[in-house]
Write a protein of this length. Structure first.
Length: 155
């Protein structure tokens, strides 16, 4: 089944939304919706003013070329580093100081509250640092032994 819309890039690199019997919408924005534990579900396509035009319930149901364009756009606009290795977690003075290796390089950050490390239903973890930045950490079994030992006291 063909979707009721298509996306393309114009000469300036902006995303253009085309729908049957509707005027094209230039410079649309694409955002992931909650829950972030299901990154291929509930993708919001919005006008540049922020108003939602289309909600894609399941990205996997779209044709490969459309899905690839949406994923390309999302990867360039979403910044949630994935923790690949936990080097150290120092728990002193009522906060946690994390030193990690992410898919975007090394990082150090502070976690103020124990509740800022959240277990997600699929086994991954969402970590919010003291500045409000989000990090994603894979399921424990996907981490190396050193990383698992480094976070053992937090779980």
């Amino acid at each position: 089944m063909s979707p009721a819309f298509s996306l393309r890039k114009d000469a300036k690199g902006r995303l253009v939304l085309d729908r049957p019997d509707e005027p094209e919408v230039v410079d649309v924005r694409i955002r992931r919706s909650f829950p972030w534990s299901e990154p291929n579900r509930f993708i919001s396509i919005r006008g540049k003013e922020g108003k939602e035009i289309i909600l894609v319930e399941d990205l996997d149901a779209l044709p490969e070329d459309l899905r690839a364009l949406i994923n390309e756009y999302l990867s360039g606009t979403s910044f949630i580093p994935r923790i690949e290795r936990v080097i150290q977690v120092d728990v002193r003075f009522g906060f946690q100081q994390w030193k990690v290796q992410t898919d975007r390089g090394g990082a150090e950050f502070r976690v103020q509250e124990r509740e800022d490390v959240r277990f997600m239903p699929d086994g991954r973890f969402s970590i919010k640092d003291a500045n409000g930045n989000l990090y994603e950490m894979p399921q424990l079994e996907r981490l190396d032994e050193h990383s698992r030992r480094a976070i053992e006291s937090l779980l």
